[in-house]
Ligand binder design. Structure first.
Ligand code: 5AD
Ligand code: SF4
Length: 556
């Protein structure tokens, strides 16, 4: 029987991209193959995001589009994974009968067997009685609020941990040669309960992975050629593992529930040798896995970001000078209503402190910071908004995501604070901030002209790929590159040599990144370009526009 083909599309954050990659790895080991075309697929999966309503609407419209394909091909299995599955629960299946399988982000370890069952059941039933087949495959794995209620992790061990541990850069993955970056999760879930945010409900309570598991995973990825690792957590700097209270099940140390954070600006004096703090983890990764050339982390919470962490970043050359630290607003009144736990003044003090430790343009290592802002949170006045404008001007981010407040059912803000800012005002404020940030990003880029940086080379720029008439999409694992027209579902040749064969001319535009995460475009000779991805080379910056720097490689 030919391998079942899966189409997997990912919406939302980096955490979702990692989840998709792990799910793709599991399905591959069960014999499934991936296709970049939903029409060719036997299994269509959407890994969804619930953070804003707009993200959910995209999935609803995708599901609507599938109705026709499914009536033509009733054996097709459709799955909704991730935050939207968790938030909507099985109501989603009632509203969208095209959906067969649902799986929340905290239950993804169960997904391969849910899909396998659905595929088998559907195949065995579809020929005799299509209607019965449609009903009988419906299945869901959702955590509900159980992980918050239970207070402790399941006695049998935290099975989701095994999903992270199971990852591999598959040897049959034809992309191996192009792929140089990977995400590694260090914490899951969130305990902060910002009043606008669904994440604590969809992803559950904050869980910290044992440091040995993280180091082992990073080492394994490095052994397989990964040069750049991004550590992931919703509030990544609050990572902390207490070895004294660690639980061991079947010989495996289990992840641990997050405690109230006591770090402050210094290493917590209570954190003895039996505790691995975030600073300790960064240092250990840097020292124990030197073949990882770049290590960065997202997303930082602006409170309790210790000097110990800043010192480690300053002193370890392979730790990147890049921080993503959302402020959300510059108004203390709004920050309080959002339950963020800091003031705008404290936020700015942190940014100044980080720059004091880490901003060293004189050695080619300026600190780059990016942020997130929400406009139009309930009751936001012109005065509140003016304070956000001030914060944006003060922060001088290299880039900033700006969002219009989107009320999310189940959150405190949705239940208690009416969404009273008209959409037209949200839009105006959004556009005003975008204009300011575009100017700042352009200024920050221009400040780099004449500087030299080490850049990690990625591959042909998106612009070059488009100009060559080829389609570039993110393939199922979220990190793979699909080039060319319709996928056949068979293994495509993704090797860098095959990719470069498609370019004409002596040079091809490549892109790379500084350790501050700025994009650098440069021309590479087509003949030798295949040796470049994943390498770190010195580049001189000759121009800077918007979010991009332009430069040339300096031979060393
Ligand atoms: N409305 C708008 N933006 C939101 N974010 C989170 N929840 C909402 C919401 N309900 C934004 C925050 C967060 C980013 C991931 O998404 O800025 O940092
Ligand atoms: Fe959401 Fe706040 Fe947690 Fe970030 S810190 S995931 S915004 S609740």
């Amino acid at each position: 029987m030919p391998a079942r083909r899966v189409y997997l599309e990912t919406f939302g954050c980096q955490m979702n991209e990692l989840d998709s990659e792990l799910v793709a790895g599991q399905l591959t080991s069960l014999g499934y193959r991936f296709t970049s075309n939903a029409d060719d697929a036997d299994v269509v999966l959407y890994n969804t995001c619930s953070v804003r309503e707009q993200a959910e609407q995209k999935v609803w419209s995708r599901l609507g589009e599938l109705r026709k394909s499914k009536s033509d091909k009733p054996e097709m299995v459709v799955g909704v994974l991730g935050c939207m599955a968790e938030r909507d629960g099985t109501d989603l299946m009632d509203r969208m009968p095209v959906v067969d399988v649902m799986c929340g982000p905290a239950e993804l370890d169960k997904l391969p067997s849910l899909i396998d069952n659905a595929v088998r059941t559907r195949l065995s039933l579809v020929t005799d009685d299509p209607k019965a087949a449609i009903k009988s495959v419906k299945a869901a794995a959702l955590q509900g609020s159980s992980s918050r209620r239970s207070g402790t992790l399941a006695a049998a061990g935290d099975s989701l941990e095994y999903l992270d541990l199971s990852r591999s850069v598959s040897p049959i993955d034809p992309i191996g040669s192009l792929r140089k970056s990977a995400y590694v999760r260090i914490t899951r879930g969130c305990n902060k309960f910002c009043t606008y945010c669904v994440v604590p409900f969809t992803r559950g309570a904050e869980i910290h992975r044992p440091p040995a598991h993280i180091i082992e995973e990073v080492q394994r990825l490095a052994d397989q050629g990964i040069a750049e690792i991004t550590l992931l957590g919703q509030t990544v700097n609050h990572y902390r593992f207490e070895h004294g209270s660690a639980k061991i099940t079947n010989g495996i140390t289990q992840p641990q529930k997050g405690q109230a954070f006591k770090g402050g600006h210094r290493r917590d004096p209570l954190a003895g040798t039996n505790t691995t703090t975030f600073a300790d983890l960064l240092y250990q990764l840097h020292e124990k896995v030197p073949s990882v050339q770049r290590l960065r982390f997202v997303t930082s919470y602006p409170r309790d970001f210790g000097d110990d962490v800043l010192e480690v970043i300053r002193d370890c050359p392979r730790l990147c000078r890049y921080l993503h630290v959302p402020a959300q607003t510059g108004s203390d009144r709004m920050l309080k209503k959002m339950n963020r736990g800091y003031t705008a003044g404290e936020y700015s003090e942190f940014i100044d402190r980080a720059r004091h430790y880490l901003h060293q343009p004189e050695i080619g290592r300026p600190l780059m910071i990016s942020g997130d802002i929400i406009v139009g949170f309930p009751t936001e006045t012109d005065e509140d908004f003016a304070l956000t404008v001030e914060l944006l001007e003060r922060s001088r981010y290299k880039s900033c995501f700006i969002f219009k407040y989107s009320p999310r059912p189940g959150t405190v803000a949705y239940d208690k604070i009416p969404d009273d800012i008209p959409n037209s005002v949200k839009r105006e404020r959004n556009n005003a901030l975008l204009a300011i940030q575009n100017r700042i990003s352009d200024e920050v880029s221009k400040e780099q002209i004449g500087c030299e940086f080490d850049i990690m080379i990625e591959g042909p720029s998106q612009h070059a790929i488009k100009a060559s008439g080829h389609r570039a999409t993110k393939a199922p694992s979220g990190v793979q590159l699909t080039i060319g027209g319709k996928s056949t579902g068979e293994a495509e040749d993704f090797s860098i040599t095959a990719l470069l064969d498609r370019f004409e001319g002596d040079t091809v535009q490549f892109s790379g990144r500084t350790d501050g995460d700025q994009i650098v475009m440069f021309d590479a000779p087509t003949a030798t370009a295949s040796t470049l991805p994943g390498r770190i080379r010195r580049a001189r910056i000759t121009d800077g526009r918007g979010l991009s720097l332009f430069g040339e490689l300096i031979d060393s």
